[in-house]
Design a protein around this ligand. Structure first.
Ligand code: ATP
Length: 774
């Protein structure tokens, strides 16, 4: 226990003293959050502290509270776990422990605390703030501090960041670490899949989640599991026979493997625990399958954070410091959340209350209320999972007159998640009685329907074919950049010939253009007067009407793996800076978000271009950085340059220029990852979003079906784009987007939501404003 001292406290100098700590279970991305908080604090002219070992460090004081400098967090963005340590601290649960903690904070003059942890840690934080005035009073009344000494600290700022692999806090769609953990789980299940397939085995996989089934459900959605057990949605009373019948049915349809996922907190509707062994025994004895159990354990917490967690941790860390600086004594403590694609501040106590309410509802067996307490996404994913695994739900079948023949087509370059979206669309069709028809190899493939495709390029998709596509990269039905305008007449003829009632178009800017062209040509061709929806899928994330295209997350992960590897080589071998060329066409999205996720020194985008003065300033900046790095182990540095950022200042030229100007103090190389960026196996985020958007798109097409050709032609929503826009998932009318929101020349949205993030990359790398002032 640290000594309570009587030494005079350090007085605030006008700027805030902001401390950051990590607490509770560790999660990937916590170190990235600490880096962002430290650097944003320093960049805001404040003093930064790190509290080591969670609340234990706050109670112990002394060396456990350390002032942080810019260089102290170099390289932390890509580290797993938390580099400032975490702990569970009993002393902080009691008032005397919190009194000591308060005293330690006043001793250092700390007036704001950013805490990254789970609901327990954030509950402790809120309690600390609520008690703060009385803690100060007690310090004064007990004679440990004078009234004058505590006066500047009367207002304590607390900001919560949610770091947890379970994704169990209400109010945020994702917690820092949950997608990395999901990635670990999906990697393991993908590996298990191949052995299960080979031996026709069943595997029961136990994943973390004592009170929250997010990991289990998402793993189920992204890996195409047969059955999932999660605490907030226990299976029906007769779950044993229900599960066995689903698994049996899948086997009868030809599936060679069975995957069942069990959250560690799984139970039945009477709260009796359901263990992996119980599930295994059922599959062995009742279904006759050779079944194994795999418990993933702490593997799920480990390893480097995925791209999304690095970005989330970084942006939320920055937002936490801004929240500290904005706060007044009246502002309630905020927690930094994300809703779809928007970082928002919410009331910390309210988020904790809702989280606890969800747990209490489970205890009360009110599972409907428990589900409502999770974010809106959760229920949609549950619905999507049920639809993609249901094979014989007669009650879901629509009457024959409402059943559509749905054409599914991929357009443009392949992107991770295209197959998962198609699989979900197929499963939805089959569940509702629609006929899913693959239009192979894009519009040119459709137009060649009768000529050189021996099997025919227009074919019904069977459940078993699509069932295997959950985790497959590329495009199983083939994709092509060709547009309908290359042959409107044959396109119309084929849509009519094969009686296509609705069109699901998956792909990038060409897919978007295709739907736009078909819509505009409706007055010439009746065949195009059908509902159609574009699901954006491209590594470049440049489709208007959405802030997120499936495939872009896979690309970012491929890119950060690549950059991490070369960064390591750069710091291990010599003092070297790498200039890495990213894809993205005329959109700097990938370069910018990868820049945020790897801690790039600078990002060059086509939107901004590259100027000579920019290079001169950046070389000065590099010299300065290497000078400061003396003896530092993590000195690999990266500049990201989008492939179209400049036609003159090429990637190779920039690397040569830096080398030439370095005065022999450091080296520079260029690297072009090229098609590596399209990724191998799609990331879980791309897969789960593909499934969710695939199902939503089909529901949407279904809602349009039955209207007359004229009604369709007049309805602006009958040709639309599905996408994330700020905090919402929306269908937007193509007509409006193509006219108002599209930069057709540069093939990107006119207004790109991420543009301001280039400033964040600069702030956190310390790049001087002069670099971009020309
Ligand atoms: P995880 O999601 O990994 O469990 P968590 O933050 O919920 O993370 P906890 O063990 O619940 O982890 O809490 C971490 C620490 O936060 C505790 O050891 C304790 O120091 C502090 N804490 C938790 N609840 C309270 C509380 N009600 N009052 C004061 N401090 C608390």
């Amino acid at each position: 226990m640290a000594q309570i001292t009587l030494s005079p406290p350090a007085m605030p100098t006008g700027s805030k003293r902001i401390a950051v700590m990590t607490s509770g279970g560790d999660s990937p991305g916590m170190s990235a959050a600490v880096r962002a908080v430290v650097r944003q604090t320093l960049a805001s002219g404040c003093v930064s502290y790190a509290i080591y070992e969670g609340y234990q460090g706050l109670v112990d004081g002394g060396d456990m509270i350390k002032e942080m400098q810019w260089e102290d967090v170099r390289g932390w963005i890509s580290e797993g776990g938390t580099l400032i340590g975490t702990a569970r601290c009993k002393a902080f649960m009691e008032r005397p422990g919190r009194l000591t903690a308060a005293n330690n904070m006043i001793e250092r003059g700390i007036d704001a605390l950013v805490i990254c942890g789970g609901d327990g840690s954030l509950t402790g934080a809120d309690k600390f703030r609520a008690e703060w005035p009385s803690l100060l009073d007690e310090l004064v009344s007990s004679g440990k501090r004078t009234e004058e000494a505590v006066k500047p600290y009367r207002h304590l700022n607390i900001v919560g960041l949610v770091g947890s692999i379970d994704n169990d806090l209400s109010g945020t769609d994702a917690t820092i670490g949950c997608y990395s953990s999901l990635q670990r789980i999906c990697q393991a299940i993908d590996y298990i899949d191949s052995t299960a397939f080979s031996h026709q085995r069943a595997f029961v996989v136990e994943v973390m989640g004592r009170h929250c089934g997010w990991l289990a459900l998402m793993a189920g959605v992204s890996c195409g599991a047969d059955f999932v057990f999660c605490p907030e949605n226990p299976p029906s009373e007769n779950w044993e026979s229900e599960m066995c019948s689903i698994v049996r049915k899948h086997r009868e349809l030809g599936k060679r493997k069975t995957i069942v996922i069990v959250a560690e907190g799984a139970h039945d509707r009477n709260l009796n625990h359901i263990s992996p062994t119980m599930v295994k025994d059922l599959l062995t004895n009742k279904v006759g399958l050779d079944t194994r159990v795999t418990t993933l354990g702490h593997v799920q917490r480990g390893g480097p954070p995925c791209a999304y967690d690095r970005m989330l941790a970084t942006l939320q860390g920055v937002e936490a410091v801004k929240a500290v600086l904005d706060s007044t004594p009246e502002t309630p403590s905020p927690v930094i959340c994300i809703v779809e694609n928007k970082i928002v501040r919410k009331d910390l106590m309210e988020a904790i209350r809702l989280t606890k309410e969800a747990a209490a509802n489970i205890e009360k067996k009110d599972f409907a209320a428990a589900l409502k307490g999770r974010d809106a996404e959760f229920e949609e994913f549950l619905q999507a999972f049920n639809i993609t695994t249901a094979t014989d739900k007669a009650d879901l079948l629509l009457p024959p007159e409402k059943r559509m023949r749905v054409g599914i087509i991929h357009v443009g370059a392949p992107a991770g998640g295209m197959n998962a979206a198609t699989r979900a669309a197929v499963a939805y069709c089959l569940t509702k009685g629609h006929t899913p028809i693959a239009l192979h190899n894009g519009f040119p493939g459709l137009c060649r329907h009768h000529d050189d495709e021996p099997l025919g390029s227009v074919r019904e998709i069977k459940w078993l074919d699509a069932e295997q596509w959950a985790s497959k990269g590329g495009s199983e039905i083939g994709t092509n950049r060709g547009l309908p305008s290359e042959d409107f007449k044959t396109t119309a003829y084929c849509l009519e010939k094969y009686k296509i009632d609705a069109l699901f178009v998956v792909g990038g800017f060409e897919a978007f253009t295709s739907v736009s062209e078909l819509r505009k040509a409706r007055d010439q061709y009746d065949a195009f007067k059908i509902p159609m929806v574009c699901l954006p899928a491209t590594v470049s994330n440049n489709v208007p009407g959405t802030e997120f295209s499936i495939g872009s997350d896979t690309c970012l992960n491929a890119l950060i793996d690549y950059c991490d590897a070369i960064k390591q080589s750069a710091s291990a071998s010599r003092r070297r800076v790498f200039v890495v060329e990213t894809q993205g066409g005329a959109s700097g999205y990938i370069a910018t978000i990868a820049g945020l996720s790897i801690g790039a020194l600078a990002v060059y985008t086509p939107e901004e271009g590259i100027h000579l003065n920019m290079l001169v300033e950046d070389i000065k900046f590099l010299k300065d950085q290497f000078a400061k790095d003396k003896g530092h182990t993590r000195s690999g540095k990266i500049i990201l340059r989008n492939e179209k950022a400049s036609s003159v200042y090429t990637t190779e030229f920039i690397a040569d220029c830096i080398k030439e100007e370095s005065g022999g103090k450091f080296d520079s190389r260029f690297a072009v990852p090229g098609h590596v960026q399209q990724g191998g196996i799609p990331s879980p985020m791309d897969r789960v979003r593909a499934v969710r958007f695939g199902v939503k798109s089909l529901q949407y097409l279904e809602s349009m079906y039955g209207k007359s050709k004229d009604e369709i032609a007049k309805d602006p929503m009958s040709a639309s784009v599905i996408g994330i826009r700020g905090a919402r998932v929306k269908f937007s009318p193509m007509e409006k987007i193509e006219q108002n929101e599209t930069d057709w020349k540069d093939r990107r949205p006119k207004d790109e939501f991420w543009m301001s993030l280039v400033n964040v990359v600069d702030t956190l790398s310390g790049r001087p404003k002069a670099s971009r002032s020309t």
